[in-house]
Design a protein around this ligand. Sequence first.
Ligand code: SAM
Length: 438
Amino acid sequence: MSSTTKPKHSVKVPTQYKVTAKILKAALQKQKSVRTLIFEEKHARTSSLHGVLRNYSNNIGAINNAIEETGILKDNPRLDPELCKVLVTELIFGRKQLTGGGCKPVQTVLEYKERLEKAVSGVEVKKQGQHPRYVRVNTNLLSVADALDYLADSEWRKKLLPSDITYPDFLIAIRALEEDEFLVDIHVDSMLIFHPKQACYWATHDMVRSKKFILQNKATCLVAELLAPPSGATVLDMCAAPGMKTLHICNVMQNKGCIYAVELSKDRYKTLLNTNEEGGCSIVKTFNADALAMNAEQLPNVEYILVDPSCSGSGMQSRMDFGENKKDDKRLNKLAGLQIKILSHAMGAFPDVKRIAYCTCSLWKEENEQVVQRCLQLNPQFKLLSCKKALRNRWVNVGSSDYKGIGNKCLYSQPEHDLTDGIFIALFEKRRDGQGEE
Ligand SMILES: C[S@@+](CC[C@H](N)C(=O)[O-])C[C@H]1O[C@@H](n2cnc3c(N)ncnc32)[C@H](O)[C@@H]1O
């Protein structure tokens, strides 16, 4: 370079990569949830951020191993570790190419391409969006028949199946859906099932914006179906926000009767109010209160109760987990303590109650079978009903056989098998007077 030539400005890292690395760093330090961090990001294309982070979360073990094995970070101490993870994710598990080739971090990662590929060879790439897109008809605003007419007019093809199809065959039919086809679910009448590729199509659809269609994972919809309050009943939803199950229960009751919806958090309570209003619920009475402080005096005649308390969320497929998905026993203990308190309160404080559904979106026994076991010990006036039987045996996954008389009556929806989020459900019935323990 001649003495008169100005030194080249270093080329900047593309904003998308920089922002994604910043979010990843904050998420790894557990500052906030990934969803909140993405939501707060104003300057970048959030769908692309989401895609890269999802890819990293799905393949975290393989990516971290490859980085370690190739020594890229050791050899290049100035390379930011989170930016490296983002670039490796894009290059090896994402688009397989990088933009901004003039900048140093991108150049470095490109130099290691072959070694990185070698390090992940033989590793199965986990892709996003393998589950179908579930769309539920909000029957407060639109009948299922009208929804089907609407879909036929829009040239969607309804896949027809024998009415007595077995659950395993139904799962095969879901996996075989064509992109322009949909299925009506065999457990939840108002549930329509589309090809995974239709996720984005429905996310921005007018029918979803107007709340005639609700984007709701099938697993969470089994709860209202199992609680099955008849039209005209009085129901208590003890942990109600954001209100997805309140709305579904309202649909099951044909918007007739009364639902008390209680929510402790002030912010989440606002979302609950919105869900009810936009969803056309006319029978919901809301309370921004602690469910543990509510009883039959404030909430009379309660016959059916839903207990859906805060939980670890370990079954949620949309959740991105950048940790090693380790079990946090201390946190689980604390959550289980609260879950037992709330479920036991439901069993003791409402004398007219007939049936209670308890659910979590956790796959840990500490929050599930163990909570059920403890609450049955504390409240022998209740017995468990078999969820599988309630679904006319068209179900496979139940609880652990380590909990005799309990596990087989509870239901699990398992992400890999049932193509849904992971959920646990237990259904209790009050014994009639004098009815002994079985
Ligand atoms: C898993 S979420 C409920 C999801 C909701 N059922 C739905 O389907 O949209 C649990 C909710 O319970 C609320 N919660 C926790 N403890 C509570 C309490 N003691 N009383 C009332 N609400 C509570 C939390 O703030 C949170 O909004």
